[in-house]
Design a protein around this ligand. Structure first.
Ligand SMILES: O=C(O)C(=O)C[C@]1(C(=O)O)C=C[C@@H](O)C=C1
Length: 363
């Protein structure tokens, strides 16, 4: 060992001893926390009530972020306590979470980010299957994409939310970084690039500039594209790092999405109705009779009661007529006084009204 290394080791040793001692204390505290969660689990078991409480988990994280003095960043606090609560929750009952598979999709990453890693994942072949899995009780919750910052709404999810009996009980926003991947890390012999249609659209400028010769082929998911590219030297895939790792691919070019801030918003679907936390959002689907000014009038109760609208999206009602469903997110919980008044008035005016759920805003 040279003297530089040995002096570094000498200085590190006492700090590492301190870290070991702190870890032992953290483990002791985590053990006590896990035992408390087990007690909560026994009480809930007696009432046959749900294990996962998104509003409580959000409160725990928000309170810690408020009292945190640094140097840990708020995102770090959220990531650590999501995993802590995931492990504690699994002691009460491991939750099964359905998402669009196969393994390595952004949906899987979203499910693990939101629920932590102490879950049983249920990868599904389609968004329809995710909804069915939760409806039938094969999973307690599902995680589905609703909108992307570059490509807009995920229309199949909107249609399924409209027809489903399930509620939205949470949301999360995930940065989406796409990479060009092949089995060898090179493009020699590659003729076609595969990805989900949304990913191809999110990378279209980059592909036109840097790989105009590649044929573009839309497949059911980016992870499926990665799986295909792993076994076929004529294929490249566009996918994220989880898919690259899952299928043992090499990166040809990283971060090829046209918008560096590309993000996707996911919602958590299930049967659970969240209580108010003071930091909530409510998602609605509405339609109005086809009359001049009807949409404007419909939204008046929101302004009147000071409820802000976070999102407004329209989808054809799929009846062969020029009718639309409006997907609206408003700030607040449906049981908050002013939101409740606004929604009652809005419901009275709408030709169709469905509350998809009130849930805590993402932290
Ligand atoms: O407070 C509860 O209801 C718990 O079950 C405990 C706990 C936690 O670990 O803090 C775990 C699971 C729930 O989703 C919420 C919180």
């Amino acid at each position: 060992m040279n003297s530089k290394v040995s002096s570094e080791e000498q200085r590190l040793a006492p700090i590492r001893d301190k870290i070991d001692a702190l870890d032992a204390q953290i483990l002791e505290l985590l053990t006590q926390r896990a035992q408390a969660a087990q007690e909560v689990g026994h009480i809930k078991g007696g009432f046959a009530s749900p294990v996962f409480r998104p509003e409580r988990e959000r409160q725990v994280i928000a309170k810690l972020q408020e009292t945190n003095q640094g140097p840990l960043l708020p995102d770090g606090i959220a990531a650590i306590w999501r995993e802590v609560m995931s492990a504690c929750r699994a002691l009460e009952a491991r939750q099964t979470i359905a998402y669009l598979g196969p393994i390595g999709t952004f949906s899987e990453q979203a499910a693990q980010t939101y629920f932590g890693h102490s879950i049983a994942g249920l990868p599904c072949n389609s968004l329809d299957e995710v909804f069915r899995a939760v409806e039938k009780g094969a999973a307690q919750f599902g995680v589905v994409p609703v909108e992307n910052s570059s490509e807009g709404a995920v229309s199949r999810t909107l249609d399924l939310l409209l027809d489903s009996t399930m509620r939205i009980s949470g949301e999360l926003v995930l940065p989406i970084h796409h990479h060009l991947l092949t089995a060898t890390g090179e493009l020699n012999g590659v003729t076609t690039v595969c990805a989900h249609a949304q990913a191809l659209a999110q990378c279209q400028q980059w592909l036109s500039e840097h790989a105009p010769h590649l044929k573009r082929q839309a497949v059911s998911s980016n992870a499926e594209a990665a799986r295909m590219a792993a076994g076929d030297p004529s294929l490249a895939a566009i996918a994220g790092i989880p898919a690259q790792v899952a299928y043992g691919l090499q990166v040809v070019a990283s971060q090829i999405q046209d918008d560096p801030h590309n993000r996707t918003r996911f919602v958590v679907i299930g049967h659970y109705a969240c209580q108010s936390t003071g930091q909530d959002q409510t998602s609605l689907v509405l339609s109005v009779d086809n009359q001049p000014g009807a949409v404007h009038r419909l939204l008046e109760p929101l302004a009147k009661h000071g409820v802000s609208m976070n999102r407004f999206e329209s989808r054809p009602a799929r009846k062969g007529t020029w009718e639309y469903h409006f997907y609206i997110d408003v700030a607040g919980h449906a049981e908050d006084a002013k939101v409740s008044k606004a929604l009652n008035e809005l419901k009275a005016m709408a030709a169709f009204y469905k509350n998809l759920g009130s849930y805590p805003h993402s932290v």
